[in-house]
Design a protein around this ligand. Structure first.
Ligand code: NAI
Length: 251
């Protein structure tokens, strides 16, 4: 398959986890990929593991000037930009009475301000060329999850951002959608296991048992959905949030 031949894709938070899985899928299908992450050497190392053309770019998505510089660099080094995946994310879980202002601000800044800044930076290129795909990472936690008031608010915020940008940018040939994963086996969920003082395998098993399809998700499951929504096959889909959770939110 080469759905992304001649396309340039930027994936934030792509040094590992879902972001890396998505970067790999887009690269396997022909895209030149910019791996954006906090630490430039980790981003470069991840880019080095991708097939085809890939670069690593160190950037904090919550920093406006850093984001503007990163996008300029991508456009210059990879000669264009067509796909943006806003995947960078963090958790700072706490029940409300223990949640600090910092817990709130960090999560809002990475997920919401980050997606806003990155999308604002790419839109001028997308509008000019009358073509672009944006896929934002939401979460099943958007529907509410104990200990995640900050994260749930940010991830539902991502859905509102997605719908609104779908309306604003649709006339310019730009699609904006979101993917809302359920439990995906990554370092993020491994860290949750550690916080709950549970063994990683035991935690995954517990989540698999409670899921209609009886397994946890993997970065490849999310990458497949992001690749579809980033492709021209999905050009009549915009403003949507696709839950990729093994039916977990139905339960
Ligand atoms: P992860 O923790 O394995 O990877 C996140 C990546 O984002 C890391 O490489 C990290 O360095 C990078 N990052 C964090 N802050 C950044 C910043 N300010 N600027 C640039 N990069 C930054 O997480 P995972 O599991 O791969 O999650 C990816 C996305 O999927 C996140 O948005 C997360 O909220 C979302 N998600 C994950 C789920 C899961 O079960 N793992 C479920 C639902 C949503």
């Amino acid at each position: 398959m080469s759905r992304f031949e001649g396309r340039v894709a930027v994936v934030t938070g792509a040094a590992r986890g879902i972001g890396f899985g998505t970067a790999r899928r887009l690269a396997e299908e022909g895209a030149a990929v910019a791996v954006v992450d906090l630490d430039e050497s980790a981003a470069e190392e991840a880019a080095g593991r991708l097939p085809g053309t890939a670069i690593g770019v160190g950037c904090d998505v919550a920093n406006a000037s850093g984001v503007a510089d990163a996008i300029s660099r991508v456009v210059e080094e990879l000669a264009g930009i067509h796909v943006l995946v806003n995947n960078a994310g963090v958790t700072r879980d706490n029940l409300l009475f223990k949640m600090t202002e910092d817990d709130w601000d960090v999560v809002m800044n990475v997920h919401l301000r980050g997606a806003f800044l990155m999308t604002r930076a790419v839109q001028q290129h997308f509008v000019e060329q009358r073509y672009g795909k944006v896929v934002n990472l939401s979460s099943v936690s958007a529907l509410g999850n104990r200990g995640q008031a900050n994260y749930a608010a940010a991830k539902m915020g991502v859905q509102g951002l997605t719908r609104t940008l779908g309306i604003e940018l649709g006339p310019f040939g730009i699609n904006v959608n979101a993917v809302a994963p359920g439990f995906i086996a990554t370092e993020m969920t491994d860290a949750t296991a550690a916080r709950l003082k549970m063994d990683v395998e035991e935690f995954r098993q517990l989540n698999a048992e409670g899921n209609p399809v009886k397994r946890v998700g993997f970065p490849e499951d999310i990458a497949a959905a992001v690749a579809f929504l980033s492709s021209d096959e999905a050009s009549y889909i915009t403003g949507q949030t696709l839950y990729v959770d093994g039916g977990g939110k139905l339960g």
